[in-house]
Design a protein around this ligand. Structure first.
Ligand code: PMP
Length: 422
């Protein structure tokens, strides 16, 4: 294959057309490893953008896809349904909080968020109440479509579109120090009685730099939101499916969100799929014989049967004892490693939630634009480890099948990197 076609004609995501890194051609993957065209093995420490929760080329999921593809590859999902979607709905509802009732399928994380925002707005509209304001958290990332961008942090990534994004009220990420002021800010916003929804990444803001906050703080905000009937939207696109040590990050909370956005790990990283799940309360506003109150939203590939089959196979693996043990093992190993290196002078802050370990390095610029990124990424790649830092934040978000020895390779490389900063 001619790499010039890639260089000259393929537009890679989040990648400048000039001056970026070369794209490494991958021919296959197995478990936690990617194999390049010249047989170099690279350890995928970030689960390929957080999707491959069971590693690459998992045989059980591959078989499920093959079987489903021979039977029914796709069918229009308006007026028709199929077993893989019904099974997946049962599977998801069996592990989601009990208040969750209805599953809407879309294509990816961004569309799962768009659906959630539209559901929340229409929930009020259908009841003849015009509530339009949305509260989000500074530093949030919810995707790259317009609604998702509007509810995300305003930064260099979305600057060209600022004039077109709708207004959103942002609260600071709650910390121990600022909590009282965040709480009163939130309280003042919801007291206006025109807030439709509150959207948040529960406990971990992913793309914003693996910034973490406590379940107690979020519970406190949720209690206020629920008091004011604000629709609470948990964007679990990254945190879902075991990532934070429980099936969902919201499982660490006392108060349960009204809407869940899911994607990434749902198919084990085999096929794109987004899912928005709504509670009985949200569903009720759409259960009417007034046709105009229908949720008029849908995508061509809604509930694609092959993607559903992959998701069902991934679900079986996720809920197996072996996988749950792996999640615990990774969390324990991360904690031990964190204790070992936390006193290093180059480290500003080290934080963990389940299988996510984030190491924030001291830097003049603490953001995605930090120049440290340009040092970190090649340093690890040269050692055959794929770690894609978020600015000055190195994080590990491995597939659950990663072995103890493979984890050690990552930890050792991180220690080597820290030594270069002495
Ligand atoms: N929400 C969160 C929390 C995410 O981390 C992401 C992707 N990083 C998205 C939404 C968007 O998902 P996608 O890239 O699949 O559109």
């Amino acid at each position: 294959m001619n790499n010039l076609t890639d260089i000259n004609h393929i537009w890679h995501p989040f990648t400048p057309l000039l001056g970026g890194f070369d794209h490494i051609k991958i021919k296959e993957g197995k478990g936690a490893w990617l194999v390049t065209e010249d047989d170099r093995k690279i350890l995928d420490a970030v689960s390929s953008w957080w999707v491959n929760i069971h590693g690459h080329a998992n045989e059980k999921i591959a078989r499920a896809i093959y079987k489903q593809a021979q039977k029914l590859e796709q069918v229009i999902f308006a007026g028709f349904t199929h077993d893989p979607a019904i099974k997946l709905t049962e599977n998801l509802l069996s592990i989601l909080p009990k208040n969750q009732k209805r599953v809407f399928f879309s294509d990816d994380g961004s569309t799962s968020v768009e659906v959630a925002l539209k559901l929340a707005i229409q929930y009020w509209h259908n009841q003849g109440i015009e509530k339009k304001r949305i509260i989000a958290i500074e530093g949030a990332y919810h995707g790259d479509t317009f609604g998702a961008m509007s509810t995300a942090d305003r930064g260099a990534f979305n600057k060209p579109f600022w004039p077109l994004l709708f207004d959103v009220e942002f609260i600071e990420l709650p910390t121990h120090e600022n909590f009282e002021s965040v709480r009163s800010h939130f309280q003042a916003l919801v007291a206006e009685d025109d807030v439709a929804a509150f959207i948040f990444e529960p406990l971990v803001q992913g793309a914003g730099g693996m910034r973490m906050y406590s379940p107690e703080a979020l519970d406190n905000l949720l209690e206020i939101a629920i008091d004011h009937k604000v629709v609470c939207i948990a964007d679990e696109v990254m945190t879902g499916f075991g990532r934070t040590g429980k099936y969902f990050s919201s499982d660490h909370l006392h108060y349960k969100p009204d809407i869940f956005c899911l994607s990434k790990g749902i198919t084990g990283g085999f096929l794109p799929m987004g899912v928005t799940v709504a509670s009985e309360r949200i569903e009720a506003a759409f259960k009417t014989d007034d046709f105009t109150k229908t949720f008029f939203h849908g995508h061509s590939y809604t509930a694609n049967p092959i993607a559903c089959a992959a998701a069902n196979a991934s679900f079986e693996i996720l809920t197996s004892e072996e996988c749950q043990e792996n999640i615990k093992r990774i969390s324990t190993a991360h904690s031990a490693f964190a204790s070992k290196i936390e006193a290093h002078t180059a480290i500003d802050n080290i934080r963990q939630q389940g299988t996510i370990l984030a190491i924030e390095l001291k830097s003049d610029e603490s953001s995605y634009m930090s120049d440290l990124r340009k040092r970190i990424y090649p340093f690890f790649l040269e050692r055959n480890i794929l770690l894609r830092p978020l600015g000055n934040v190195i994080y590990i978000l491995p597939p659950y099948v990663i072995s103890a020895d493979e984890l050690d390779l990552i930890y050792q490389a991180i220690e080597e990197f820290l030594a270069t900063m002495d």
